[in-house]
Design a protein around this ligand. Structure first.
Ligand SMILES: NC(=O)c1ccc[n+]([C@@H]2O[C@H](COP(=O)([O-])OP(=O)(O)OC[C@H]3O[C@@H](n4cnc5c(N)ncnc54)[C@H](O)[C@@H]3O)[C@@H](O)[C@H]2O)c1
Length: 493
């Protein structure tokens, strides 16, 4: 019996485990060997209606709890996620092809997010507003009711479990849909959630984006939605939501993030930072990956050669093996997309200096394994440098002065993260000010810190998550004006 057959693999709706009402399922593929692991429910719009109804029924009692009671539930869930972290990480790794040690880290982060928002429950505060002696003026923060989350494939458990914390803390009930490619850990988490939470407070639905996902987006009772995925899908969701009602939609979308190495940088640290920034341990499948390496011409050769050498040492392997550094691309479609960008890089005349091919050795032959790939002298305005690949392909290019580096860095439609390596304080702060990105690292890459607010400029999204702003975004503000004296003469409007 494999680990994937030890979980119920059924959706969680109103506290009960269910398949699709019409019995339809989706095959789950193991990207490391192309085999079908198991099936998950392919829910229909009618099933999603049931989930929203269940969440609606659960809402009044959940919202009426004292905030610290809600925090208690979140803390219990965090404890249980940690207690089950090995099993959850194994499912994520099996499902999405990332090395097991990386997915272990995700359960820790998910538990951390639950604890963070549990600690923040009393901060969903309104305020009192100065209004003279005759009147009391204050604002309330109230939950929306039923809220929806739809998420991408790359951090399955984290996106389902960690990311629901803010919405729950604020008093909403949740319907959440993981990616159809990576739903197993969410369904395993449903076993745990079922034991801790009142029925209907958390509903986990599975299925296709244009079916179950669309039904959630278009449901008239779901007025607050948070989406993690590609920018094209995000725009479609915005449009679709607006057809039905005025909805509060936040979007965590793609990136084509720059890492700029200035001439005074510590070169060894910059090389390590560039390597880490690409998140090769998730096969480069990270929205925050710094996938454009913009290096000052004076150290360009040194950085590119040093990086290529380190990339050659990255070990491709089965996700479950302890010494694997890079695993499999999540599915065939994504694999083909990455391979097509490698061809585009060649056609655009860039120099291929590392990787650029599928791994076909031994046990990896049937999986979607691609070697870490580095192109140099990439046209900054060509497709390889402008479009999100979401795979282990890094595009390097030289620059001559600060203005040129900034022009290249800001030339893409995205603005999620950015990184700069420099020892000069003025350059560091100028860059942080001038770069069009929601999250900036100086002399490091690829770190998230709870409480700091993750999200993008431009086509990388709307809204910030993992901070106080996110908590407030799950509430609506209501102003209350109480006249208890004599109405004062009108001032202003
Ligand atoms: N900014 C962030 O925090 C962040 C984090 C992770 C991934 N991403 C982005 O996600 C993308 C990769 O993930 P993906 O391939 O899973 O993205 P995707 O857009 O293909 O799918 C994401 C989710 O949307 C659902 N979906 C698809 N079409 C839908 C529709 N019409 N209506 C409702 N739901 C629909 C899918 O079923 C899935 O659950 C990349 O662009 C990456 O940069 C962003």
């Amino acid at each position: 019996m494999t680990i994937a057959t030890q979980i119920s693999n059924l959706a969680l709706i109103g506290g009960e485990r269910r398949g699709a009402s019409d019995g339809r399922t989706l095959d789950v593929l193991n990207p490391s060997n192309g085999e079908i692991i198991t099936q998950i429910p392919r829910l229909s719009a009618a099933d999603v209606d049931d989930a929203v109804d269940a969440a609606k029924r659960a809402f009044p009692a959940w919202a009426a709890l004292e905030p610290l009671q809600r925090a208690g539930y979140l803390d219990r869930l965090a404890d249980a996620i940690e207690a089950n972290s090995e099993r959850l990480a194994q499912l994520d790794s099996l499902d999405n092809g990332s090395p097991l040690h990386e997915m272990r880290f995700d359960s820790k982060v998910a538990a951390g997010q639950l604890r963070y928002f549990a600690g923040l429950v009393l901060e969903a505060q309104g305020s009192t507003i100065p209004a003279g002696n005759e009147r009391l003026m204050y604002s309330l923060r109230q939950p929306y009711g039923v809220v929806g989350r739809i998420s991408a494939f790359n951090h399955p458990l984290l996106f389902t479990v960690g990311k629901m914390a803010g919405a729950l803390a604020a008093g909403n009930t949740v319907v959440t849909k993981p990616s159809e490619h990576t739903s197993l850990s969410s369904l395993a988490a449903a076993d745990i959630i079922q034991e801790i939470f009142p029925p209907g407070v958390i509903n986990i639905i599975t299925g296709l984006g244009h079916e179950a996902g669309d039904a959630l987006v278009a449901h008239p009772d779901v007025l607050r939605l948070a989406f993690i995925g590609a920018d094209g899908t995000g725009r479609a969701i915005q449009r679709r939501a607006a057809e039905v009602a005025v909805k509060h939609v936040t979007l965590e979308l793609g990136g084509k993030n720059p890492i700029v190495i200035f001439p005074d940088a510590d070169v060894d640290k910059a090389i390590t930072g560039a390597l880490r920034g690409m998140n090769f341990t998730w096969q480069g499948q990270s929205c925050g990956s710094t996938s454009r390496l913009i290096v000052h011409r004076s150290i360009h050769r040194q950085v590119v050669d040093g990086l290529a050498e380190k990339m050659e040492a990255i070990r491709s392997g089965l996700p479950q093996d302890a010494d694997t550094d890079i695993g499999a691309i999540v599915n065939e479609q994504q694999f083909n997309k990455v391979m097509s960008y490698i061809e585009i890089g060649k056609e655009e005349g860039a120099d291929l200096v590392a990787g650029g091919y599928r791994v076909t050795d031994g046990a990896l032959a049937d999986g979607f394994f691609i070697r870490p790939t580095l192109f140099d002298n990439v046209d900054p305005y060509g497709r390889l440098a402008q479009e999100e690949i979401f795979g282990p392909v890094l595009a390097a290019m030289p620059f001559d002065d600060y203005d040129e580096a900034l022009r290249i860095a800001n030339s893409v439609q995205y603005g999620l993260t950015a990184s700069a390596f420099t020892q000069d304080l003025a350059t560091a702060h100028r860059f942080a000010r001038d770069i069009e990105a929601g999250y900036v690292w100086i002399n490091e890459t690829s770190r998230h810190f709870l409480g700091t607010g993750f999200g993008g400029y431009k086509n990388s999204g709307i809204g910030r998550e993992e901070n106080h702003e996110e908590l407030l975004s799950w509430t609506q503000s209501k102003n209350v004006s109480v006249l208890f004296g004599t109405e004062a003469p009108r001032a202003g409007h």
